[in-house]
Design a protein around this ligand. Sequence first.
Ligand SMILES: [Zn+2]
Length: 268
Amino acid sequence: MIPRLFIFLCCLLTSCLVFGLPENLPVPGGIAIVEIEDAGAKVIYRNSRVMTLREQEQSFAIVGIPLSADPGTHKLKVGNRTREFVVQPKRYREQHLTIKNDRQVNPYQQDLERIANERAEMDEVFTSFDVNVATFTEFQLPVDGPISSPFGLKRFLNEQPRSPHSGLDIAVDEGVAIKATAPGIVAVTGNYFFNGNTVLVDHGQGLISMYCHMSRIDVALGNKVDSDDILGAVGQTGRVTGPHLHWSVSLNNVRVDPNLFLGSRDSD
Ligand SMILES: [Zn+2]
């Protein structure tokens, strides 16, 4: 058993990166790392199964917190017990974007069925929980470049309020190779109304990375990928204002800040 003080000191020294775990940032859009007695316990948060990991003889639940969550006390089911953790408030900035193709802001009636089908296809992956896929939580950036839109921005498209930005945008030229952020299994490839050419990679226990607006896709459904394997190339397909990679990370069906998986190497 490692004393709490030691973990606290580690947090101070490594900006809250505890060993190989993602960063503990219990805010809307963040992650709560909750110590539990047994990593084998079934942990549930908001009806979704939660990742558990064992590090240095301790067990932790790794809980994705939705951007829509209210600050305050949240409950976690751990086996047949209830654990509580506190979500702190966080304010995200606003972003106002102009999309030239108004159909991508106000889709036509005929687009809505396609959009609903695509959402269902993605939700099936986001809600999946595969214990047979090895879990990897230490990520690298899929491309090197400036962040043009951070995670969590409150978005207004053509001055209409829309869902907050659920990933981060990296501005790089069309054609730049996109690497897998960590080892995993390709869970979706396709062309989508908003996201354009898209790949989803399953990193185990409900941790999914998503790559959007690609110019081309170089992997197929079910492919096993290693970090550094090339998934395809940056593009500007779907709803975009220019070429970039939109990179999202989903944990227990919640889109969380991808920076929390980058460790101290890239999070500054
Ligand atoms: Zn984006």
